[in-house]
Structure formats: structure tokens, C-alpha cells
Design a protein around this ligand. Structure first.
Ligand code: GLY
Ligand code: MN
Ligand code: MN
Length: 431
């Protein structure tokens, strides 16, 4: 079951060539008093282990090819209160590590593991408390100089190597991502089916979360945005506590997390199920921009091409709606479009909703490769202003899908929730 994780560890060790890597999982986080946020393991750690318990550290020895886990001990008394723990022996068996030890042995075993290694790879600077412990282990080895021991002399940022690996999703990751996309789409479908004028935004949010959880996705992959009317023009609106009015639009940006993998979908639809003429005009522009952006996602395309394609459509739309004057090129050059479109076209998606990976290499846009997953999410947000016709005031529209780059093009794996105007109206009116 955890074969994929073992294979990733081996690929990483091959890239390292020699030396040792140390990777802690995420700490637990207090919410208030003695209540904790739901625990979420570190994404890099999950990628290499699949092991989701807190208080765990992975050590990889590229010289011997060994994977070593440090984790919490079995503790029958604590397990009565908090639930099952694998313990080192159980984790080694279940997750395929070569060795596993109690996390309480970390400080005594790490200096021995570090001694004599040429290189050390860790998540330098990402976890200050852990950095202090690493320095302590290195110091411990230095103090053994009389017996000829030496600590590693070369340090590498482990996460740079891991980020590159995580950009290209393997088959098991694609299964999780597609399922997260499907369940996220079910949440949006449920929202479209149940939204009525007079409901509160949080009531629609409840329909979405209910759908996620019913399908085994216990948590959303980020805070859901359920934004009626003018609230849609606040990009990260998450209060979700306003009433939904007849005649207004509802923008929903919500996705579930499944087995650690994120979905991220945005749809915008009329609260009463029927677009007004002005809403339709703006919607068609954003939809055309999204389709242009998606069409530009393909292997070999430069990273900026989907964004450029979508931006041209959006700016032509701004001119057609008489929001701005001049030419498409002139508006792009001056940046005047930012009054109505002030974010990027999208981001990689994977274990993190805004997933890892460098967009540029040596200062140049990189190219899309099969196995990369990105969102495409253009929008128009028209706040009242002197240059805005009143019919367009407070219309905020974004449409977002998750797209896998395939060998011969792309796969939009969040397509189960409609985005064409007639499809949305038919769905909402239950015809
Ligand atoms: N929901 C976060 C984003 O779309 O980037
Ligand atoms: Mn997104
Ligand atoms: Mn989103």
C-alpha cells in the first residue's frame, strides 16, 4: 500500500547520491486552551512516508539506502484517550521502513547517524525549533573530534529537491487528486441545487462541507469562500455570514482535501437560478478567458502562456463592457486591468492547495510537463467606481478548474460541475 512512498524515497536518495536527509513532520497546533487544530502532517513528510501521526522524523541514509522512522511509542493509556498509535514496530511493518525507533531516542541516535557523513540535507530555516536541534546534533559530533569523528561539511536544502519531485505527480497521486476534484465538484453541485434567495451564505457552506464529509473528505483544503453579491469582490472573503439576495450572484471557491490531496474549484451562479443580462455579459467574458487559459495548458507550453491567453480575453471584455478605453495591448502594458483583475491565473495543486514548484528556472519561465497539475482561475471583480456603469456594480465572477497536463494536452478533472450558463440555469431550475 505504501509502495509509492518507498519508491519516492529511493528516487530522492538516488538524487542525493550520498549523505543523510532529515525531515520532521509538522508540529501540533493549539487552537485555544487545551484544544488543538485538527492535526495535519507536513506535506513533504506525507509525500515520502504516508505516515500521518504527529511527532515523527524521517531519516534517509543515501549511502546504505535505508529509510529510518522515529515516531511516538505505543502507549495503551494514551491510546484509550486519543486513539491508535502505530508505535515504531507497527509503523515499520505497515509503512515499509527499514528501521524505526521511538522519537524519544532521536537525540541519542542522530549524532551517530550524522557522524562520518559528507552531506546533510534538511528543511533549513523552515522550522526554527528543529534547526536548533540539528545544530545540537552536529555539535555533539564535533565534540567527538578526539576519536576522529566529523560532522557533515556540506548542507543542502532538502525541500528544493523535494519540490521538484512533487511537481510531477505519479499515478497514485493522480488518483487522489482526481477523487478530490470529483468530491469538490459534488460539493459545488449540491450548492447549486440547494441555493435559494433568503438563505445565509453559511447555510450554503454547510451543504458543501456536508457533501465533502459524506464522501470521506473530512476537511476542506482551505477556508471556503461563499460570497454573495458585493462580497464576491473581496478576494479572500470568508466571513460567509450574509444573506443571499434575489437578483445577486453567488461566488463559491471551495475544495476538499482527500488523503492529503487538495481540490480547488470556483463557480459563480445566480442566487435565483437565472442570470440577468449584465451578469451574463460579464460571465461570458470570464468563461471565455478560463477556456482560453485551459486550452493553453499543454506539454511544452511556457508557464506564462495560459495567463497571457486569459488576460487578453479579459481585457478585450473590459473594453467591450466600456470599463476601460484604449487597446488590448495598451491596457496590458499600463496595468489598468488590475482595477478589475488583480490576481494571477492559477497555481500548482497537489498535497498543498498552493503547491510547491518553481515557475522559473535560471530566470526563464519553465515549460509544462505531463504530470503537472495547475489551476486556471480568471475573474472579474467590478467594484463601484467613476468609470463603471451602474448596471455592473458589485458583480464579482471567478471560474476555476484543476487541470492535469497530459502527454497530448490536458485533462480538466473538476469538470463534473457545470459552468456553461444554460447548464447552470437548467440544473438550478430543476428542469
Ligand atoms: N482557493 C484558493 C485559490 O483559489 O487559490
Ligand atoms: Mn486556486
Ligand atoms: Mn480557489
Amino acid at each position: 500500500m505504501y509502495q509509492h512512498h518507498a519508491e519516492r524515497r529511493h528516487r530522492l536518495m538516488q538524487q542525493m547520491g550520498e549523505g543523510i536527509a532529515i525531515l520532521p513532520t509538522a508540529p501540533e497546533a493549539v487552537r485555544n486552551a487545551d484544544s488543538y487544530y485538527p492535526y495535519r502532517a507536513d506535506s513533504h513528510f506525507l509525500y515520502l512516508t504516508g505516515f500521518a501521526e504527529p511527532e515523527a522524523v524521517l531519516v534517509l541514509d543515501a549511502g546504505t539506502g535505508k529509510s529510518i522512522l522515529f515516531c511516538r511509542d505505543k502507549n495503551i493509556e494514551r491510546e484509550v484517550w486519543d486513539g491508535f498509535r502505530h508505535g515504531p514496530d507497527g509503523a515499520r511493518e505497515a509503512f515499509g521502513f527499514d528501521e524505526a525507533y521511538s522519537i524519544s531516542e532521536l537525540d541519542t541516535r542522530l549524532p551517530d547517524l550524522l557522524s562520518g557523513q559528507k552531506s546533510l540535507w534538511w528543511n533549513i530555516g523552515r522550522n526554527p525549533a528543529f534547526d536548533v536541534r540539528v545544530h545540537g546534533w552536529l555539535d555533539n559530533v564535533r565534540q567527538r573530534w578526539r576519536s576522529g569523528e566529523q560532522p557533515p561539511g556540506l548542507y543542502h536544502d532538502l525541500l528544493l529537491a523535494l519540490d521538484e519531485m512533487r511537481m510531477l505527480k505519479d499515478d497514485s497521486e493522480l488518483q487522489h487528486l482526481r477523487r478530490a476534484g470529483q468530491i469538490s465538484a459534488l460539493g459545488h453541485l449540491q450548492a447549486m441545487r440547494t441555493t435559494r434567495p433568503g438563505m445565509m451564505e453559511y447555510q450554503v457552506e454547510a451543504e458543501i462541507l456536508h457533501t465533502f464529509i459524506r464522501h470521506g473528505a473530512r476537511y476542506p483544503s482551505y477556508e471556503s469562500i461563499v460570497a454573495g453579491g458585493a462580497n464576491a469582490c473581496t478576494l479572500h472573503y470568508s466571513a460567509n455570514n450574509a444573506r443571499l439576495n434575489d437578483g445577486e450572484l453567488l461566488l463559491i471557491d471551495a475544495g476538499c482535501e482527500l488523503n492529503g490531496y487538495a481540490g480547488d474549484i470556483t463557480r459563480t451562479f445566480p442566487v435565483n437560478g437565472k442570470f440577468t443580462a449584465a451578469q451574463r455579459d460579464v460571465y461570458e467574458i470570464v468563461l471565455a478567458a478560463e477556456l482560453a487559459g485551459i486550452a493553453a495548458v499543454k506539454p511544452g507550453a511556457l508557464w506564462n502562456e495560459p495567463g497571457d491567453a486569459a488576460l487578453k480575453v479579459l481585457v478585450q471584455g473590459m473594453l467591450d463592457l466600456k470599463l476601460l478605453g484604449g487597446s488590448v495591448d495598451g491596457v496590458i502594458e499600463s496595468g489598468a486591468f488590475r482595477q478589475f483583475y488583480m490576481h494571477g491565473i492559477g497555481h500548482m495543486i497537489g498535497l498543498d492547495v498552493h503547491d510547491v514548484g518553481q515557475r522559473k528556472q535560471a530566470g526563464q519561465w519553465r515549460r509544462y510537463e505531463p504530470g503537472m497539475c495547475t489551476t486556471i482561475e480568471p475573474g472579474l471583480y467590478i467594484r463601484p467606481a467613476d468609470n463603471v456603469p451602474s448596471a455592473l456594480h458589485n458583480i464579482g465572477i471567478r471560474i476555476e478548474d484543476d487541470v492535469l497536463v497530459t502527454v497530448d494536452g490536458r485533462e480538466v478533472y473538476t469538470a463534473d460541475v457545470p459552468k456553461q450558463i444554460d447548464e447552470i440555469e437548467i440544473l438550478m431550475q430543476g428542469v
